[in-house]
Design a protein. Structure first.
Length: 198
């Protein structure tokens, strides 16, 4: 119904309150799947109160956030819509606001798996999901960088050994192979730091 209404309303809109319905199983914890029948003493959590907005609101207020205010004297909580949310000047060290796409991710096979795992780790809001993704990709990137540094150091040592070796055999071939690998790693390291300088 809201999709039909939303398509016909040209202005920005926000609807909030108790919808007494869930969009999917992510909004329910405990009990039967998506059915509201209570079973015995089981604790069941359902997200019934929420805000829905037009896409233009989300695009206009980039740091929009919603939160739950606990009401201890009631079985109902209050929901708060904050159009300012986590602006950078308020939270300058918030990793979710410092997300940067890494050029090297486009060619790495592991990245898609890392993003999928991190995104599905938390059934909470999108801010938490994005934080998980940033943290996972950051850790992976750091590990990848230090492995690359070790590989560079190993190849440099290997090239020095080949050059200083008295055994000539296939040394020219091995030297070219090692130099080619080292050049590739140097270019990757250069791209890594070039992006950070920008």
């Amino acid at each position: 119904m809201l999709q039909r209404v939303g398509a016909s309303v040209k202005e920005e809109w926000v609807v909030g309150g108790d919808f007494n319905a869930m969009l999917n199983d992510v909004e329910k914890e405990g009990g039967r799947r998506i059915v509201n029948n209570r079973e015995g003493d089981t604790l069941i959590k359902e997200r019934l109160d929420q805000f829905l907005t037009s896409i233009s609101i989300v695009e206009k207020y980039l740091f929009i956030a919603s939160s739950v205010i606990r009401q201890l004297q009631s079985d109902r909580d209050t929901i708060l819509l904050d159009l300012c949310g986590c602006k950078p000047r308020c939270h300058p060290h918030d990793n979710r606001l410092c997300f940067r796409y890494e050029e090297c991710w486009a060619i790495e096979r592991d990245v898609k798996r890392i993003i999928n795992n991190a995104w599905s780790k938390d059934a909470g809001n999108y801010g938490n999901k994005l934080e998980n993704v940033c943290e996972s990709l950051g850790n992976w990137q750091r590990n990848k960088y230090w492995k690359m540094k070790k590989d560079i150091h190993r190849l440099e040592e290997n090239i020095n050994k080949i050059i200083n070796s008295s055994n000539r055999g296939d040394s020219v071939k091995r030297l070219k192979e090692s130099q080619s690998k080292l050049d590739y790693l140097y270019s990757r390291e250069e791209r890594y730091w070039a992006q950070r300088l920008r």
